[in-house]
Design a protein around this ligand. Sequence first.
Ligand code: GDP
Ligand code: MG
Length: 806
Amino acid sequence: MRLSELKSGESGMIVKVNGHGGFRKRIVEMGFIKGQMVEVLLNAPLRDPVKYRVMDYEVSLRHAESELIEVLNQQEAEQWEREHEMDATPVPAGSDLLRRATEAKGHVINVAFVGNPNCGKTSLFNIASGAHERVGNYSGVTVDAKTGHFEQEGYRFNITDLPGTYSLSAYTPEELYVRRHIIEQTPDVIVNVVDASNLERNLYLTCQLIDMDVPMIIALNMYDEFLESGNKLDQDQLGKLLGVKLVPTVGRTGAGVEELFHHIISIYEGHGQFYRHIHINHGQIIEKYIDTVESLVRVNPEPHHNYSARFISIKLLENDKQIAQIISDFENYEDIIACRKRCQQDILNEMQEDSETAITDAKYGYVQGALRECFVNVHKNSHSRLMTKTIDSIVTNRYLGFPIFFLLLYLMFYCTFNIGQYPMDWIDSLVGWLGKSISNSNLLGDGPLKDLIVDGIIAGVGGVIIFLPNIMILYAFISWMEDSGYMARAAFIMDRIMHKMGLHGKSFIPMVMGFGCSIPAVMATRTIEDRKSRLITMLIVPLMSCSARLPVYIIIIGAFFAHHKALVLLGLYTLGILMSVLMARLFSRYLVKGDSSPFVMELPPYRLPSWKSVFRHTWEKGRQYLKKMGTTILVASIIIWALSYYPRYENSSDGEEKTSMVANSNELQMKNSYIGQLGQMIEPVIRPCGFAWREGVSILAGTAAKEIVASTMGVLYSQTDAETEQLDDEAADEARLSGILRKSGMTTLSALSFMIFVLLYMPCIPTCIAIKNESGRLKWAFFTIVYTTLLAWVCSTLVYQVGSMM
Ligand code: GDP
Ligand code: MG
């Protein structure tokens, strides 16, 4: 609990003191040290300050201050002991118990990983916590904070993997997020992960962390590449200059991680001789104005316990709106703001540069200066750098770039189909065998239960499960492109086109991720700095054909377009892309206001993806897919089966006639069932697209998850299966499938129109929820539903009507 929560007369033992360095120092000097008892003399609600007794002194603290001190009282200590089963040893009485629990609780260290995108934070996080978070070779893979735990040397670490940032200004959501995490969650130690092969840019962020005056350590990651480059770095010297300990690590193998955490413990316990708070020197002129602003900030008795006065002052000079907001309740707020304005003007006059740029330049200057002292660049073009250059000159070539890109996409789809065909056939015959043996066995008597299992569960779930190999292959390709660094190049060559769409090169990555699943893709839009581009990207991501729609294409293409499989598939994906381009242009012109700002595209060096990582991501996706099978799709299949099974259609004819009427009665059953009625209800609306009620039902069911379109088709068409089966038992599978579909009234044209509809119509509900969350407004989710469905209807109708005329 926090010290501020203790009531008058209560006492507790201090566990730790949070807040920035200056604040902690002052509090500790007052006697608030770990393991000391504090007694609350007077804590009147809402009354500041509160009086405490610590080390026999009376001290008063403000609420805001005592909130940053973690304490443990008797009750909590007992509870802690119970929870952690420490009662194996006899429970010591009174203050001994408190001491022991405090000790144990003090052995929990909260650690946060902060660093540039792509410096290996998630890799280190995974190694340390044993988690399997996504790593990728481009910025913005981690969009949320992930937490994990692990233990070492008797300490328990709660680790948080934060999104990558280049700076701690308040421009992008990530920057704000990371800053808020540092301030509000007050991690005990911050691990600043630094890409050792790109020190200059990475240390810029380090300087900002130093400004914040938070306990930290530097993980000098990618040390393997650094060694290979032949460059030399005097780590101890750099550590001394920055006042921060550096520990070399390799995120891929885990080398150095144990040592890293060893040093984290010593920093936490305060006997790391390395940590020392320094001031980044911004040069005489700027320092003078920082001091001027700081002196006004310091007029307030305790400016802020989480932000150091210096950090506030620097940020004010940088025009940081959030910090201005935070100090708005200072008594001399007006004075500070006026003073800032004067100082900014003076800086502009004296340096011919606005204060923000001047401060940024000064930090880079500081980093360069520090590196000049302890870093030797041998200018040896390392093997990997040379390779990167060579590959880049080809794949980002003005003429070759696009053909290579599309060739790769084609290859991806080709493999998805052709290699996927084999395992697909195996699963297919397995599912078929299972259905048949159950339906022929006498174990279950004829009746609803058997029908449920055969026509509902096996046909529904089985109808989707056979696409598992295709989806895994698709993901293996996407993973490989991401991990190798090619995806960033694809974004790069698309940048110009993206700009024409009113978007950003970076928008391209969420769009490609959309081929996998729209939900992470919508989340990945967070990495786009520009609000306008971000929103538009979010709105058009659902037009990228996600992998859940693949099964529908596979079924239909197999049945109707057997000779041009990959081509038709590529065509569909391309249509999705074209539509997204069109929509993006419309939206950026008419819907979303504001200009988009240009920014740098990162091109990370190529890295041969480790097979382990590609395999793991692929497997991870496969697992998620299987999980969906077992839950959403299973339930949906059962519901759809039930809706199509009831009410029972009574066949009045008897015995012999019945067999000959089987087909007919199935048809009638379906039509009169609840689902058939529902489908018929919407039929008038979708008739112009060339659909009948069956398509209508599939489309409706697909709003829960797009896979369900395919599983619904599995259920709906499996019931007409019976008759065709006998007719073309010997015929090829595809002919049989196409036979079934044709029997149900589908033509080549309406099949095409149906695929287009499935491609474009509203995203699944979970995606809509993601859009709502990411945009912060329900209205954008609704907008997406409406515009995509309209678009789907218009396109399908056009294709069908024009096609029918020809
Ligand atoms: P994050 O964006 O900071 O979370 O970085 P990731 O953990 O996603 O890693 C980015 C890329 O760098 C991935 O391809 C990793 O496999 C690779 N990587 C991470 N750490 C190291 C390292 O120490 N050495 C090398 N050579 N590669 C690494
Ligand atoms: Mg990451």
